[in-house]
Design a binder for this molecule. Structure first.
Ligand SMILES: Cc1cc2nc3c(=O)[nH]c(=O)nc-3n(C[C@H](O)[C@H](O)[C@H](O)COP(=O)(O)OP(=O)(O)OC[C@H]3O[C@@H](n4cnc5c(N)ncnc54)[C@H](O)[C@@H]3O)c2cc1C
Length: 368
């Protein structure tokens, strides 16, 4: 029987992981459209949940644990005029809570895996969807900003500009033990993500105007702030500073005929909770399950309800999680009316035992 032909467009983390995962279904022939295989300069890290980490390992047998830095503890702090209140700690004794990888290293590994599996790579930049009409199913993983999506979602989407910039970078340090932590500071949330014994990455979301004002002295500002929150006078070396505008973007339509949008194009969310790629991985898991079901039964994907099934099963969680992250961001954002009450609310949160259990479960497995 002829294999059904799938085309995955885009060589970001979504496109590469989708191509590898679907290549595990024997009934499918996967093709990948990649603009250019230039060396990836994305010096960022991504934190994924334990369940998503297992999903990666299930689908890529050769994936080594050494690509990941695993944490059993996450500490959350809220900055007040007097001090930083440690309002919640998430702990796991036996399993890990999250796994952090360096984007450029995992992306290069994914590329090698694509080559090892002999997945056909079509090197080009797609301008028109007609270029792909020979395929049974087309999966567009073009990031958050492609105008190609307009033909599928007809511009129907929820959009919000946070007017914030996420500043990211790496820091080398000499701490003996450094936990993963998030500091809700007056300037904006700062996440500290250890990814090796002597290195951590940070994501600091700042008001756009504040960032523009401070852009010339941003390195010193970051250095001083990190020293302050980690309570150290030792020198820290900050490198690889990058900046990203922050948006909320949610497509209302996920697909048209046999063309599906996946990844940042489907949902772009605030990085405050590190949930973006975690949602994408849950989407990819569901897509695999649905395509496997239809293709093993020998049903033509082109004319099936597969994409509609995907849309129906993933849209509720994607919406709830995206707005949940948005709500978290709004709660911690500086607000002269709410700020006087926040420390009281947060001080009581630590005594609410089931909250940390709920938070752990949702960030690990999502809502299902
Ligand atoms: C600051 C920051 C921190 C984050 N931290 C986390 C985290 O800790 N945990 C987490 O789960 N998520 C996190 N995320 C989200 C995560 O980075 C993304 O979900 C993930 O990188 C997936 O991106 P993507 O592949 O969908 O899009 P992209 O990385 O934008 O990739 C799109 C690809 O498509 C290609 N392309 C575009 N147009 C065409 C075309 N016409 N033809 C061919 N190719 C094309 C581009 O070259 C690009 O390679 C974070 C995001 C930001 C901004």
């Amino acid at each position: 029987m002829n294999k059904q032909r799938i085309c995955v467009v885009g060589d970001g983390l979504t496109g590469l992981m989708t191509a590898i995962t679907l290549n595990n279904i024997p009934e499918l022939e996967v093709n990948l459209v990649a603009k250019k295989q230039i060396r990836n300069k994305d010096k960022r890290t991504t934190a994924i949940s334990d369940t998503n980490f297992e999903f990666l390992k299930e689908n890529i047998k050769g994936l080594k644990n050494s690509y990941f830095w695993s944490s059993k503890k996450i500490e959350l702090f809220y900055e007040t005029k007097k001090n930083n209140i440690n309002f919640l700690n998430l702990n796991e004794k036996k399993s890990n809570l999250m796994h952090v990888f360096e984007n450029n290293k995992i992306r290069n590994f994914f590329f090698k895996e694509i080559l090892k599996r002999k997945i056909n790579i079509i090197k080009k930049k797609i301008k028109n969807l007609n270029e792909l009409k020979e395929f049974d199913l087309i999966i567009l993983c073009l990031g958050g900003n492609s105008n190609i999506y307009a033909k599928i979602s007809k511009g129907r989407s929820i959009k919000k500009d946070y007017k914030e910039i996420a500043v990211t970078g790496y820091v080398s340090h000499k701490f003996k033990n450094l936990n993963t932590s998030q500091f809700f500071l007056k300037e904006g949330p700062l996440a500290i993500l250890p990814f090796s014994k002597e290195n951590f990455s940070f994501v600091w979301s700042l008001d756009k105007e504040f960032y523009i004002q401070k852009s010339k002295e941003i390195k010193n500002l970051i250095q001083d702030k990190i020293k302050e929150v980690l309570n150290t006078k030792n020198k820290l070396s900050v490198s690889n500073i990058q900046s990203f505008p922050i948006f909320l973007g949610l497509k209302k339509n996920y697909f048209k005929k046999n063309i599906l949008i996946l990844g940042e194009g489907l949902h772009t969310i605030h990085p405050v909770a590190g949930q973006g790629f975690n949602l994408v991985l849950r989407d990819i898991r569901k897509l695999k399950e649905i395509l496997k079901y239809y293709s093993t039964l020998g049903i033509s994907l082109k004319n099936s309800y597969a994409l509609n099934d995907f849309y129906k099963s993933r849209k509720p969680e994607n919406i709830i999680m995206s707005f949940g992250v948005d709500l978290t961001h709004s709660f911690f954002k500086k607000n002269k009316y709410l700020d006087p009450f926040k420390s009281a609310i947060l001080s009581n949160i630590s005594s609410w035992k089931s909250l940390s259990q709920i938070a752990k479960k949702i960030s690990d497995k999502g809502l299902y």
